[in-house]
Design a binder for this molecule. Sequence first.
Ligand SMILES: [Zn+2]
Length: 283
Amino acid sequence: MNFIDPHIHMISRTTDDYQRMAYSQCAAVSEPAFWAGFDRGTAAGFHDYFRQLTDYEPKRAALFHIRHYCWLCINAKEAENVSLSREVIAMIPEFLKKPNVLGIGEIGLNKNTRNEATIFQEHLDLAVKTNELILIHTPHLEDKYKGTRMIVDMLKNDRRVNPARVCVDHVEEHTVRLALDNGFWCGMTLYPTTKCTPARAADIIEMVGTDRIMANSAGDWGVSDPLAIPQLIQELKRRGHPESTIKKIVYDNPLAFWRQANNWVEWPTETAAAGKSLAGSKS
Ligand SMILES: [Zn+2]
């Protein structure tokens, strides 16, 4: 089954991972801007990082016929440095017209500090002024519920934000409703050590249904698995879910969310498929 991994940090993965993902029928990935495993010292460092995300990485993915998209921001961990964050945010508009850019992300909170919240609001302001899609990182483990609550409140307090253009990522059992009930899309992260296992993600789907929900590996420089989504597909098959339900979560939903992006260009295969079904409905 074709799948999309809507959250994976390919710059931290080897080319072998692209190859294995291609063999497993990965059609596309999106790569949010994030922490590099260390705090970067200069805005120039981020400028090069954004060039890597918008120029180099799509070419590496294309070698394996995988489409590569990305999101731009300074992540919450480095947002503690407010002056550096402002320099980085000022640089983002220069990259927004690059064809693989889907929007602003992954913005959010890490330790739920005041500086993080300030920089979150400034990203949000840029996103609404430029009408970009927004990808939200929610904090891990014990900070998750409080951080998700704070983020949802900040989003709802800004009347310019359209929830249908926002995806709240890394949801778990206790935060998924906060995202969905407020009209946002949401992402479940399948991670071997923390976050969801494929079985927990399947349980969540059985609890909340299949609307506005997707899954990702969040593969990065830590212990993580770029083939986590194929594992979820297997788990859902094992539980007897129909192919159409599984495809909705691992392919149709991320695609529907991305299609709202300002730079979106429809995939030739999808146009052909839509044409075929239209033709089919006439006969
Ligand atoms: Zn991430």
